[in-house]
Design a protein around this ligand. Structure first.
Ligand SMILES: CSC[C@@H](O)[C@@H](O)C(=O)COP(=O)(O)O
Ligand SMILES: [Zn+2]
Length: 213
């Protein structure tokens, strides 16, 4: 019988961060990635690390009781509270990815309110929307300096209204997705970023009307 050692999820996070860095979505130290472990803890990128060249030692393990563990005395991502809130709200989530793209920042200013209507693209099926000509919105949150305030607002809003897609946008900041596997979270980031690129291009061609259903 072949025995399998479960692969270290940090390796997948390192490869994904490098890929996102190459797309221009994790420039410098921007963004953070986390993945859950069977005991309910999760690995998250340490704060302020260059996301294009992460090492196994650039992660902090966060336990359900809040205890932190890392090889050196590292600080976890400044946005850990957002990951914690999402893992609590969505127990099936096994990975939570946050990136900063130019397009995400542009589309976050396409509306003044807290919901961004998404164009009815086929790509929405990849985010779980199986409807013809869907009316789908992405929740937008304000980018408070105090990250705990963003996390509280996410918790309050999603406790009352579940989002249609497993993603949220922080205005002038970037997108965060959560998914039942690392691979799916990576796909979700690629899909939402495709939709954002489309929305920016559509506005350039058709103006304000470009993204209407
Ligand atoms: C390039 S500064 C970006 C940070 O302020 C933050 O938004 C971010 O995504 C990365 O913070 P980090 O603490 O490294 O996880
Ligand atoms: Zn960020």
């Amino acid at each position: 019988m072949t025995s399998h050692t479960p692969s270290d999820r940090r390796l997948e996070l390192i490869a994904t961060a490098r890929h996102f860095y190459q797309q221009g979505w994790m420039v410098g130290t921007a963004g953070n990635l986390s993945a859950r472990l069977p005991d309910g803890s999760f690995w998250i990128t340490a704060s302020g690390r260059s996301k294009g060249e992460l090492l196994l030692s650039d992660f902090v393990r966060i336990y359900p009781d809040g205890k932190e563990e890392s090889s050196a005395d590292l600080k976890p991502s400044a946005e850990t509270a957002i990951h914690q809130v999402l893992y609590t709200l969505f127990p099936q989530a096994q990975a939570c990815y946050h990136v900063h793209s130019i397009e995400a920042n542009l589309v976050s200013r396409f509306v003044v309110g807290d919901s961004l209507p998404l164009p009815p693209l086929e790509m929405l099926k990849g985010l779980g929307i199986w409807q013809e000509n869907p009316c789908c919105v992405l929740p937008i949150f304000a980018n408070h300096l105090q990250v705990s305030r963003i996390a509280t607002e996410i918790q309050e809003r999603f406790t009352i209204n579940l989002p249609q897609v497993p993603a949220l946008l922080i205005r002038d900041h970037g997108v965060t997705v959560w998914a039942s596997s690392c691979e799916t979270a990576r796909n979700y980031i690629e899909l939402v970023e495709y939709i954002f690129r489309y929305m920016v291009a559509a506005r350039g061609i058709w103006g304000d009307e470009g993204n209407n259903n």
